[in-house]
Design a binder for this molecule. Structure first.
Ligand SMILES: Cc1cc2nc3c(=O)[nH]c(=O)nc-3n(C[C@H](O)[C@H](O)[C@H](O)COP(=O)(O)O)c2cc1C
Length: 377
């Protein structure tokens, strides 16, 4: 396989034909309109990704409820905002009908902003803990959001169970809740597995993926043996993901870390290829656990000019199906198209951290290294 094949050869992903093996990972731009609605800035951002020719585009984290927002201008999918999401799908598909256009659904959990309502599923701290009835209600909201996503015309949903948000917090071995959402791996995966099952029944052929942090680098976090452990031990994640795959998940999008606590695990920094290689290993590990399942790998922006070669190598070795790029899709939304026809014109992500700082400061996110692009475009 060579670079031209990576970009130009269609591939089968979870039974669907995609134009190439490059995915634009979800990247929050914190630019929604009133009530979390789709704004002009959001339409423009996804139109530019559509023009880029990505095989898969995942819409940034969209909250299943206006009651839990991580960003002050985060997107919300509910009956009030549905029409805008229909427009978003239509405008994207008018430019790039061949891509899979997937929406990421989230509940911010303990990572909701102070302007919203931080709540926890487990852990010993001051954040109020959700009751069983509240988790039941959040589970139902995931199902409703999946149905709305199908109604809006998306090809599928990606349930956010990574980076410390509610779905990922529940998966943690430290989650010792005594109800149906804690304790065993199956219980810890219950909310996410239920969201997957609801999505699968929303529409014939509708896809359901899940994004996870395989190892969070936290005591008792995902990818450890138990509440007291910090060293990587993945058997608990294998069991939890088994329940999620058993519920019908079409793919897993494998990430790592909690950006608020272990940022370099999620977003490896310049000069530390070691963290990037961990991402390669995590994706390959999930492929080995579930050989027939489609897997997207993360953090490829870190590879810079070598990223395409890394992707080819990993795909050829069967260690991943699709290479996911986050920061690179902000730096240059046209990356796949340029890789195919004008590689010398690519604006490579400089890993400067500018976009992350904007997000952290609750500002509209854009690439600060190539500011001529304007807000998030
Ligand atoms: C500004 C910003 C926004 C992000 N938004 C999301 C998001 O909405 N959902 C998600 O799962 N990850 C999100 N991430 C994480 C990225 O998708 C990705 O995992 C991370 O940047 C590492 O990959 P990269 O090296 O390709 O950038 C975000 C990261 C940044 C820097």
């Amino acid at each position: 396989m060579n670079i031209i094949n990576l970009v130009r050869s269609p591939a089968v992903f979870a039974g669907r034909l995609i134009p190439n093996r490059l995915a634009a990972q979800a990247m929050e731009i914190n630019s929604a309109g009133r009530g979390g609605s789709v704004s002009q800035a959001v339409l423009a951002r996804y139109a530019s990704l559509a023009s880029g020719g990505w095989g898969i585009v995942v819409v940034e984290a969209v909250s299943i409820t206006a009651g839990s927002l991580a960003r002050v201008n985060g997107l919300v999918l509910d009956a009030n905002t549905l029409e805008g999401f229909r427009r978003l799908v239509d405008s994207f598909k008018a430019i790039h009908p061949d891509a899979l256009f997937i929406i990421q659904l989230t509940h911010a959990g303990r990572l909701a902003g102070k302007f919203s309502r931080p709540v926890s599923a487990c852990g010993d701290d001051a954040v109020p803990r959700l009751s069983t009835a509240e988790l039941d209600a959040i589970r139902a909201l995931h199902g409703e959001a999946a149905r709305l996503s199908a109604d809006a015309g998306f090809d599928g949903v990606e349930i956010k169970a990574c980076h410390g948000y509610l779905g990922g917090e529940l998966l943690r071995p430290m989650n010792d809740r005594a109800d149906a959402y804690g304790g065993s791996a199956e219980n810890r995966a219950r909310l996410v597995a239920s969201a997957v099952a609801d999505a699968k029944s929303a529409r014939a052929g509708f896809m359901a993926g899940v994004r996870v942090s395989l190892y969070e680098g936290l005591r008792g976090g995902c990818g450890t043996a138990g509440a007291g452990d910090v060293i990587e031990e993945l058997s608990g994640m294998r069991a939890a993901l088994g329940a999620i795959v058993g519920a019908g998940a079409d793919y897993l999008n494998v990430s790592a870390g909690v950006p608020a606590l272990t940022p370099h695990l999620t977003r490896p920094v310049k000069g530390n290829a070691f963290d990037l290689y961990h991402h390669f290993r995590y994706a390959r590990t999930v492929k080995e656990w579930f050989p027939g399942l489609a897997v997207i790998g993360s953090a490829y922006s870190t590879g810079g000019e070598s990223a395409a070669a890394y992707a080819e190598e990993n795909i050829a070795a069967g260690g991943v199906d699709v290479a996911g790029f986050g920061r690179q899709n902000l730096a240059d939304p046209l990356f796949p198209r340029k890789l195919a026809s004008a590689p010398g014109d690519i604006d490579y992500c400089t890993l400067c951290g500018g976009c992350s700082k904007l997000l952290k400061n609750q500002e509209a996110v854009r690439c600060t290294a190539y500011p001529r692009r304007g807000p998030a475009a």
